[in-house]
Design a protein around this ligand. Sequence first.
Ligand SMILES: [Zn+2]
Length: 199
Amino acid sequence: MTGLQPIAENVLLLSGDTHPKICSNVYVLEGPDSLALIDSGVDVPRLQAALKPLGKPIETVFFTHGHFDHVQAAIKAQINGQMAAADLDVIHELNAAWVNIQKPDFFTPFGNGRIRFTPFDLDIIPTPGHTPGSVSFFDKKHGILFSGDCKFADGGVGRADFWGSNAHELEKSLAKIDRLDYRLLAPGHGPIEKRANRR
Ligand SMILES: [Zn+2]
């Protein structure tokens, strides 16, 4: 079992690829006294074991969207989190084909268009299509785009054949992402990818 892989200053990746079941990547943002996650994956013991060497509690989780493979560990461990209202309001419907998830009362909608978690300041970029409330998080300082299940390495794009998906919206979201000046793509599944021809 692999542990945390540093991908930038204070940013670590717990890859979902090595998990035996379907599980998202988990990105760990390390603050001075606590941690924030981008997506939680599904496996609480694995997450706790990976984070243990950091010796800091999880303060919150910022979700790229409401699919079970990104949120289940946070629900099981009752870690508070934030998600776009458009996914939070339909989290049961989003997952009904696979698992029974009710809207947890410790998840709240994003307050505004950005996330401040010292020393991070991330833009919340609405990138609907894969789900109605899918977002990407843009870390300008590090040049990282956390793209959830909108865009993957090797030119991969999100699926648009699930409940609430919209292929036209997904295309618009991919065009929006393309205009951002990011240098590292950090998707919800699979490897991270350096962007060619960028500073
Ligand atoms: Zn998904």
